[in-house]
Design a protein around this ligand. Structure first.
Ligand code: PLP
Length: 396
Protein backbone atom coordinates (compact mmCIF):
# COMPACT_ATOMS: atom_id res chain seq x y z
CA UNK A 1 0.00 0.00 0.00
CA UNK A 2 1.65 3.28 -1.11
CA UNK A 3 1.84 6.07 1.47
CA UNK A 4 -0.18 8.40 -0.77
CA UNK A 5 -3.13 6.10 -1.34
CA UNK A 6 -3.72 4.83 2.14
CA UNK A 7 -7.46 4.44 2.81
CA UNK A 8 -9.10 6.58 5.47
CA UNK A 9 -8.97 4.40 8.57
CA UNK A 10 -12.39 3.86 10.14
CA UNK A 11 -11.75 0.54 11.84
CA UNK A 12 -10.58 1.62 15.30
CA UNK A 13 -12.57 -1.13 16.98
CA UNK A 14 -10.45 -3.72 15.19
CA UNK A 15 -7.23 -2.03 16.27
CA UNK A 16 -5.98 1.46 16.98
CA UNK A 17 -2.81 3.06 15.65
CA UNK A 18 -0.24 3.34 18.40
CA UNK A 19 0.21 6.74 20.00
CA UNK A 20 3.73 7.97 19.10
CA UNK A 21 4.33 8.74 22.79
CA UNK A 22 3.71 5.05 23.55
CA UNK A 23 6.30 4.03 20.99
CA UNK A 24 8.80 6.52 22.46
CA UNK A 25 8.29 5.01 25.91
CA UNK A 26 8.79 1.46 24.57
CA UNK A 27 11.88 1.95 22.42
CA UNK A 28 14.56 1.97 25.16
CA UNK A 29 13.30 -1.40 26.38
CA UNK A 30 14.18 -3.09 23.09
CA UNK A 31 17.84 -2.09 23.22
CA UNK A 32 19.75 -0.51 26.10
CA UNK A 33 17.22 -1.51 28.80
CA UNK A 34 16.71 -5.03 27.42
CA UNK A 35 17.06 -6.94 30.71
CA UNK A 36 14.88 -9.83 31.81
CA UNK A 37 12.55 -8.60 34.56
CA UNK A 38 13.18 -11.88 36.43
CA UNK A 39 16.97 -11.33 36.60
CA UNK A 40 17.11 -10.34 40.24
CA UNK A 41 20.91 -10.38 40.46
CA UNK A 42 21.84 -7.35 38.35
CA UNK A 43 20.91 -3.84 37.31
CA UNK A 44 19.52 -4.81 33.88
CA UNK A 45 16.96 -7.00 35.56
CA UNK A 46 16.13 -4.36 38.18
CA UNK A 47 15.63 -1.74 35.47
CA UNK A 48 13.17 -4.01 33.63
CA UNK A 49 11.40 -5.01 36.85
CA UNK A 50 11.03 -1.33 37.85
CA UNK A 51 9.50 -0.52 34.45
CA UNK A 52 7.03 -3.39 34.84
CA UNK A 53 6.11 -2.16 38.32
CA UNK A 54 5.45 1.33 37.01
CA UNK A 55 3.30 -0.05 34.17
CA UNK A 56 1.26 -2.04 36.70
CA UNK A 57 0.60 1.18 38.61
CA UNK A 58 -0.49 2.93 35.41
CA UNK A 59 -2.93 0.13 34.55
CA UNK A 60 -4.24 0.05 38.13
CA UNK A 61 -4.80 3.81 38.09
CA UNK A 62 -6.83 3.66 34.87
CA UNK A 63 -9.09 0.79 35.96
CA UNK A 64 -9.15 1.93 39.58
CA UNK A 65 -7.93 -1.35 41.00
CA UNK A 66 -6.12 0.25 43.91
CA UNK A 67 -6.98 -1.17 47.33
CA UNK A 68 -8.32 1.16 50.02
CA UNK A 69 -5.56 -0.15 52.30
CA UNK A 70 -2.85 0.78 49.75
CA UNK A 71 -1.33 -1.38 47.00
CA UNK A 72 -3.61 -2.77 44.35
CA UNK A 73 -5.29 -5.94 43.20
CA UNK A 74 -2.90 -8.32 41.44
CA UNK A 75 -2.48 -8.08 37.71
CA UNK A 76 -1.26 -10.77 35.31
CA UNK A 77 0.43 -9.70 32.10
CA UNK A 78 -0.73 -11.62 29.04
CA UNK A 79 -0.43 -11.53 25.26
CA UNK A 80 -3.77 -9.71 24.92
CA UNK A 81 -7.43 -10.01 25.80
CA UNK A 82 -7.89 -13.45 24.23
CA UNK A 83 -5.33 -14.91 26.60
CA UNK A 84 -6.68 -12.91 29.55
CA UNK A 85 -10.16 -14.25 28.83
CA UNK A 86 -8.90 -17.83 28.60
CA UNK A 87 -7.03 -17.48 31.87
CA UNK A 88 -10.06 -15.92 33.56
CA UNK A 89 -12.63 -18.44 32.35
CA UNK A 90 -10.61 -21.63 32.17
CA UNK A 91 -8.60 -20.67 35.23
CA UNK A 92 -11.68 -19.90 37.33
CA UNK A 93 -13.90 -22.77 36.16
CA UNK A 94 -11.18 -25.43 36.44
CA UNK A 95 -10.24 -24.17 39.92
CA UNK A 96 -13.76 -23.90 41.32
CA UNK A 97 -15.50 -27.14 40.37
CA UNK A 98 -18.28 -27.62 42.95
CA UNK A 99 -18.91 -30.96 44.62
CA UNK A 100 -22.04 -32.83 43.63
CA UNK A 101 -23.38 -30.37 41.08
CA UNK A 102 -22.39 -28.66 37.87
CA UNK A 103 -20.69 -25.24 37.78
CA UNK A 104 -23.06 -22.66 36.22
CA UNK A 105 -21.66 -19.93 33.95
CA UNK A 106 -23.85 -17.22 32.43
CA UNK A 107 -22.85 -15.04 29.52
CA UNK A 108 -24.37 -13.11 26.62
CA UNK A 109 -24.84 -14.55 23.14
CA UNK A 110 -23.10 -11.48 21.72
CA UNK A 111 -19.85 -11.80 23.63
CA UNK A 112 -16.57 -11.98 21.74
CA UNK A 113 -15.71 -15.45 20.42
CA UNK A 114 -12.84 -15.60 22.90
CA UNK A 115 -15.50 -15.81 25.64
CA UNK A 116 -18.08 -17.90 23.80
CA UNK A 117 -15.67 -20.47 22.39
CA UNK A 118 -13.87 -20.87 25.72
CA UNK A 119 -17.19 -21.30 27.52
CA UNK A 120 -18.32 -23.86 24.93
CA UNK A 121 -15.06 -25.80 25.28
CA UNK A 122 -15.57 -26.05 29.03
CA UNK A 123 -19.19 -27.06 28.46
CA UNK A 124 -18.09 -29.83 26.04
CA UNK A 125 -15.64 -31.04 28.66
CA UNK A 126 -18.57 -31.39 31.06
CA UNK A 127 -17.19 -28.73 33.42
CA UNK A 128 -20.11 -26.35 33.31
CA UNK A 129 -23.68 -25.64 32.38
CA UNK A 130 -23.77 -22.66 30.06
CA UNK A 131 -26.59 -20.13 30.42
CA UNK A 132 -27.06 -17.62 27.60
CA UNK A 133 -28.79 -14.51 28.89
CA UNK A 134 -31.45 -12.72 26.83
CA UNK A 135 -30.61 -9.49 25.04
CA UNK A 136 -32.92 -7.02 23.34
CA UNK A 137 -32.71 -5.48 19.86
CA UNK A 138 -30.19 -2.90 21.09
CA UNK A 139 -27.97 -5.62 22.48
CA UNK A 140 -28.81 -4.71 26.08
CA UNK A 141 -28.96 -7.42 28.70
CA UNK A 142 -32.33 -8.44 30.13
CA UNK A 143 -31.57 -7.67 33.78
CA UNK A 144 -34.66 -9.55 34.98
CA UNK A 145 -33.38 -12.70 33.26
CA UNK A 146 -29.99 -12.23 34.92
CA UNK A 147 -31.66 -11.87 38.30
CA UNK A 148 -33.71 -15.03 37.79
CA UNK A 149 -30.59 -17.00 36.91
CA UNK A 150 -28.68 -15.52 39.84
CA UNK A 151 -31.48 -16.61 42.17
CA UNK A 152 -31.25 -20.15 40.77
CA UNK A 153 -27.51 -20.06 41.50
CA UNK A 154 -24.70 -18.93 39.22
CA UNK A 155 -21.00 -19.46 39.91
CA UNK A 156 -19.62 -17.06 37.31
CA UNK A 157 -21.02 -14.30 35.13
CA UNK A 158 -18.92 -13.37 32.08
CA UNK A 159 -19.88 -10.15 30.37
CA UNK A 160 -18.27 -7.49 28.25
CA UNK A 161 -18.30 -3.84 29.29
CA UNK A 162 -18.86 -2.72 25.70
CA UNK A 163 -19.56 -4.60 22.50
CA UNK A 164 -17.00 -4.75 19.72
CA UNK A 165 -19.49 -4.62 16.86
CA UNK A 166 -22.48 -2.51 17.80
CA UNK A 167 -20.68 -0.52 20.51
CA UNK A 168 -23.37 -1.08 23.16
CA UNK A 169 -22.16 -0.09 26.64
CA UNK A 170 -23.39 -2.26 29.52
CA UNK A 171 -24.27 -1.07 33.03
CA UNK A 172 -21.25 -2.81 34.55
CA UNK A 173 -21.67 -1.26 37.97
CA UNK A 174 -25.27 -2.49 38.30
CA UNK A 175 -24.40 -5.92 36.93
CA UNK A 176 -21.39 -6.32 39.22
CA UNK A 177 -23.54 -5.36 42.23
CA UNK A 178 -26.22 -7.90 41.31
CA UNK A 179 -23.59 -10.63 40.91
CA UNK A 180 -21.97 -9.70 44.21
CA UNK A 181 -25.31 -9.67 46.05
CA UNK A 182 -25.86 -13.27 44.91
CA UNK A 183 -22.35 -14.50 45.67
CA UNK A 184 -21.50 -14.92 42.00
CA UNK A 185 -18.03 -14.08 40.65
CA UNK A 186 -18.01 -11.52 37.82
CA UNK A 187 -15.59 -11.59 34.92
CA UNK A 188 -15.69 -8.44 32.79
CA UNK A 189 -14.22 -8.34 29.26
CA UNK A 190 -13.03 -4.74 29.16
CA UNK A 191 -11.27 -5.00 25.78
CA UNK A 192 -13.38 -2.35 24.06
CA UNK A 193 -14.16 -0.29 27.14
CA UNK A 194 -10.97 0.25 29.13
CA UNK A 195 -9.53 3.60 28.10
CA UNK A 196 -12.80 4.72 26.53
CA UNK A 197 -15.24 4.77 29.44
CA UNK A 198 -14.61 4.79 33.19
CA UNK A 199 -14.19 1.37 34.80
CA UNK A 200 -13.90 1.14 38.60
CA UNK A 201 -12.61 -2.34 39.41
CA UNK A 202 -12.45 -1.94 43.18
CA UNK A 203 -15.56 0.17 43.81
CA UNK A 204 -17.81 -1.80 41.51
CA UNK A 205 -16.72 -5.18 42.89
CA UNK A 206 -15.46 -6.73 39.65
CA UNK A 207 -13.75 -10.10 40.24
CA UNK A 208 -11.70 -10.39 37.04
CA UNK A 209 -11.09 -7.79 34.30
CA UNK A 210 -9.49 -8.40 30.89
CA UNK A 211 -7.91 -5.57 28.89
CA UNK A 212 -5.71 -5.23 25.83
CA UNK A 213 -3.22 -2.65 24.55
CA UNK A 214 -4.13 -2.46 20.89
CA UNK A 215 -7.64 -1.10 21.38
CA UNK A 216 -6.38 1.95 23.28
CA UNK A 217 -3.44 3.24 21.24
CA UNK A 218 -1.01 0.80 22.81
CA UNK A 219 0.89 -2.17 21.38
CA UNK A 220 -0.57 -5.37 19.98
CA UNK A 221 0.30 -8.61 21.75
CA UNK A 222 0.14 -7.18 25.24
CA UNK A 223 -2.76 -7.29 27.67
CA UNK A 224 -3.56 -7.95 31.28
CA UNK A 225 -5.97 -9.68 33.61
CA UNK A 226 -6.74 -7.83 36.82
CA UNK A 227 -7.64 -10.30 39.57
CA UNK A 228 -9.48 -9.48 42.79
CA UNK A 229 -7.15 -10.25 45.66
CA UNK A 230 -7.77 -13.73 47.02
CA UNK A 231 -9.37 -15.08 43.82
CA UNK A 232 -7.81 -18.42 42.95
CA UNK A 233 -7.19 -19.38 39.33
CA UNK A 234 -5.71 -22.50 37.77
CA UNK A 235 -2.71 -21.62 35.60
CA UNK A 236 -3.11 -22.19 31.87
CA UNK A 237 0.54 -21.81 30.83
CA UNK A 238 3.28 -23.70 32.64
CA UNK A 239 7.02 -23.12 32.71
CA UNK A 240 9.37 -21.05 34.78
CA UNK A 241 6.79 -20.09 37.37
CA UNK A 242 6.66 -16.42 36.43
CA UNK A 243 3.86 -14.22 37.75
CA UNK A 244 3.36 -16.39 40.85
CA UNK A 245 3.09 -19.49 38.68
CA UNK A 246 -0.10 -18.20 37.06
CA UNK A 247 1.38 -17.39 33.69
CA UNK A 248 4.87 -18.62 32.99
CA UNK A 249 7.01 -16.97 30.35
CA UNK A 250 9.52 -14.12 30.24
CA UNK A 251 7.71 -10.83 30.49
CA UNK A 252 7.32 -8.75 27.32
CA UNK A 253 8.85 -5.67 28.93
CA UNK A 254 8.59 -3.26 25.94
CA UNK A 255 4.95 -4.28 25.43
CA UNK A 256 4.17 -3.92 29.12
CA UNK A 257 5.81 -0.48 29.21
CA UNK A 258 3.73 0.47 26.16
CA UNK A 259 0.52 -0.79 27.73
CA UNK A 260 1.28 1.15 30.90
CA UNK A 261 2.01 4.33 28.96
CA UNK A 262 -1.17 3.89 26.89
CA UNK A 263 -3.16 3.59 30.14
CA UNK A 264 -1.54 6.70 31.61
CA UNK A 265 -2.35 8.69 28.47
CA UNK A 266 -5.91 7.42 28.39
CA UNK A 267 -6.40 8.38 32.00
CA UNK A 268 -5.27 11.94 31.28
CA UNK A 269 -6.96 12.39 27.91
CA UNK A 270 -9.84 9.94 27.62
CA UNK A 271 -12.65 12.31 28.49
CA UNK A 272 -11.57 15.03 26.07
CA UNK A 273 -10.72 12.63 23.25
CA UNK A 274 -13.91 10.62 23.58
CA UNK A 275 -16.18 13.65 23.50
CA UNK A 276 -14.41 14.91 20.37
CA UNK A 277 -14.71 11.45 18.78
CA UNK A 278 -18.44 11.36 19.59
CA UNK A 279 -18.93 14.72 17.84
CA UNK A 280 -17.21 13.44 14.72
CA UNK A 281 -19.22 10.20 14.84
CA UNK A 282 -22.47 12.17 15.13
CA UNK A 283 -21.44 14.35 12.19
CA UNK A 284 -20.74 11.28 10.04
CA UNK A 285 -24.04 9.73 11.08
CA UNK A 286 -25.95 12.91 10.19
CA UNK A 287 -24.23 13.27 6.79
CA UNK A 288 -25.05 9.67 5.88
CA UNK A 289 -28.63 9.81 7.14
CA UNK A 290 -29.30 12.97 5.12
CA UNK A 291 -28.50 11.16 1.84
CA UNK A 292 -29.09 7.48 2.44
CA UNK A 293 -32.70 7.28 3.45
CA UNK A 294 -32.78 3.55 4.11
CA UNK A 295 -29.83 3.67 6.49
CA UNK A 296 -30.61 2.44 9.99
CA UNK A 297 -28.25 2.79 12.93
CA UNK A 298 -27.83 -0.38 15.01
CA UNK A 299 -27.11 -0.77 18.71
CA UNK A 300 -28.14 1.26 21.72
CA UNK A 301 -27.95 4.90 20.68
CA UNK A 302 -28.24 6.10 24.28
CA UNK A 303 -25.40 3.86 25.53
CA UNK A 304 -22.85 3.57 22.76
CA UNK A 305 -19.09 3.88 22.51
CA UNK A 306 -18.13 7.32 21.23
CA UNK A 307 -16.27 5.95 18.22
CA UNK A 308 -18.88 3.43 17.10
CA UNK A 309 -21.24 3.87 14.16
CA UNK A 310 -22.81 0.56 13.25
CA UNK A 311 -25.38 0.85 10.53
CA UNK A 312 -27.23 -1.10 7.87
CA UNK A 313 -28.16 0.10 4.41
CA UNK A 314 -31.26 -1.97 3.83
CA UNK A 315 -31.24 -1.89 0.03
CA UNK A 316 -27.53 -2.53 -0.54
CA UNK A 317 -25.60 -5.67 0.47
CA UNK A 318 -22.35 -4.75 2.19
CA UNK A 319 -20.20 -6.65 -0.32
CA UNK A 320 -21.53 -4.34 -3.04
CA UNK A 321 -20.73 -1.28 -0.90
CA UNK A 322 -17.22 -2.63 -0.34
CA UNK A 323 -16.84 -3.14 -4.11
CA UNK A 324 -17.74 0.49 -4.86
CA UNK A 325 -15.77 1.87 -1.92
CA UNK A 326 -12.72 0.40 -3.62
CA UNK A 327 -9.71 1.01 -1.43
CA UNK A 328 -10.78 4.45 -0.27
CA UNK A 329 -11.99 3.52 3.22
CA UNK A 330 -10.89 0.93 5.77
CA UNK A 331 -14.13 -0.24 7.41
CA UNK A 332 -15.52 -3.51 8.65
CA UNK A 333 -18.53 -5.54 7.64
CA UNK A 334 -18.14 -7.95 10.57
CA UNK A 335 -15.81 -8.00 13.54
CA UNK A 336 -12.16 -8.27 12.49
CA UNK A 337 -11.73 -11.66 14.06
CA UNK A 338 -14.46 -13.25 11.96
CA UNK A 339 -14.80 -11.03 8.89
CA UNK A 340 -12.92 -13.59 6.81
CA UNK A 341 -15.84 -15.96 7.28
CA UNK A 342 -18.97 -16.06 5.17
CA UNK A 343 -21.32 -16.51 8.12
CA UNK A 344 -23.25 -13.51 9.41
CA UNK A 345 -22.03 -11.98 12.63
CA UNK A 346 -23.31 -13.80 15.71
CA UNK A 347 -23.74 -10.41 17.38
CA UNK A 348 -26.09 -9.13 14.70
CA UNK A 349 -27.97 -12.43 14.73
CA UNK A 350 -28.31 -12.21 18.52
CA UNK A 351 -30.00 -8.81 18.33
CA UNK A 352 -32.39 -10.13 15.69
CA UNK A 353 -31.52 -7.90 12.73
CA UNK A 354 -33.66 -8.52 9.66
CA UNK A 355 -32.09 -10.31 6.68
CA UNK A 356 -31.76 -6.98 4.81
CA UNK A 357 -30.14 -5.29 7.80
CA UNK A 358 -27.73 -8.22 8.20
CA UNK A 359 -26.77 -8.11 4.53
CA UNK A 360 -26.30 -4.34 4.55
CA UNK A 361 -24.37 -4.06 7.84
CA UNK A 362 -21.34 -1.79 8.06
CA UNK A 363 -19.22 -1.00 11.10
CA UNK A 364 -17.52 2.38 10.96
CA UNK A 365 -15.32 3.06 13.95
CA UNK A 366 -13.46 6.25 14.72
CA UNK A 367 -10.78 7.20 17.18
CA UNK A 368 -8.73 10.06 18.52
CA UNK A 369 -6.67 10.45 15.35
CA UNK A 370 -9.74 10.74 13.10
CA UNK A 371 -10.02 14.24 11.62
CA UNK A 372 -12.95 16.37 10.46
CA UNK A 373 -11.63 16.29 6.90
CA UNK A 374 -11.54 12.50 6.99
CA UNK A 375 -15.14 12.42 8.15
CA UNK A 376 -16.33 14.78 5.38
CA UNK A 377 -14.41 12.76 2.77
CA UNK A 378 -15.58 9.42 4.17
CA UNK A 379 -19.21 10.56 4.01
CA UNK A 380 -18.79 11.64 0.37
CA UNK A 381 -17.14 8.35 -0.52
CA UNK A 382 -19.82 6.29 1.24
CA UNK A 383 -22.64 8.24 -0.39
CA UNK A 384 -20.94 7.95 -3.80
CA UNK A 385 -20.56 4.18 -3.35
CA UNK A 386 -24.20 3.95 -2.28
CA UNK A 387 -25.42 5.59 -5.50
CA UNK A 388 -23.12 3.45 -7.63
CA UNK A 389 -24.45 0.36 -5.86
CA UNK A 390 -28.04 1.53 -6.47
CA UNK A 391 -27.29 1.95 -10.20
CA UNK A 392 -25.73 -1.52 -10.23
CA UNK A 393 -28.79 -3.05 -8.57
CA UNK A 394 -31.13 -1.35 -11.04
CA UNK A 395 -29.28 -2.70 -14.07
CA UNK A 396 -29.16 -6.25 -12.67
N1 PLP B 1 -12.90 -9.09 23.48
C1 PLP B 1 -13.37 -8.11 22.70
C2 PLP B 1 -14.68 -7.46 23.08
C3 PLP B 1 -12.67 -7.69 21.57
O1 PLP B 1 -13.15 -6.70 20.82
C4 PLP B 1 -11.45 -8.32 21.26
C5 PLP B 1 -10.70 -7.95 20.04
O2 PLP B 1 -11.27 -7.82 18.96
C6 PLP B 1 -10.98 -9.34 22.10
C7 PLP B 1 -11.73 -9.69 23.20
C8 PLP B 1 -9.66 -10.03 21.83
O3 PLP B 1 -8.61 -9.14 22.06
P1 PLP B 1 -7.11 -9.43 21.61
O4 PLP B 1 -7.05 -9.07 20.17
O5 PLP B 1 -6.27 -8.54 22.45
O6 PLP B 1 -6.83 -10.87 21.85
Amino acid sequence: MSAKKRPIYLDYQASTPMDPRVLDAMLPYFQEAFGNASSAAHAYGHEAADAVKQAAQEVAALVQSGLPSGGSHPLIWTSGATESINLALQGYVRQHQPEGRRFRLATLPLEHKAVLDTAKLLEREGLLELVLLDVNAQGQLDLAHLERELKQGLDLLAMMAANNEIGTIYPVQTIAKLAQDHGCAFFCDGSQAVGKIPIEFENWGITLLALTGHKMYGPKGCGALVVRRGTRLKAQIYGGGHQHGLRSGTLNVPGIVGLGKACALRQAEMQRDESHTAQLRDRLEALLQAEILDLVVNGDLAHRLAGNLHCSILSVPNDLMVKYLGQQLAISTGSACTSGLEASSHVLCAIGLSADALRGALRLSLGKFTTETEIETAAEVLIGAYWQAQAHLQTD
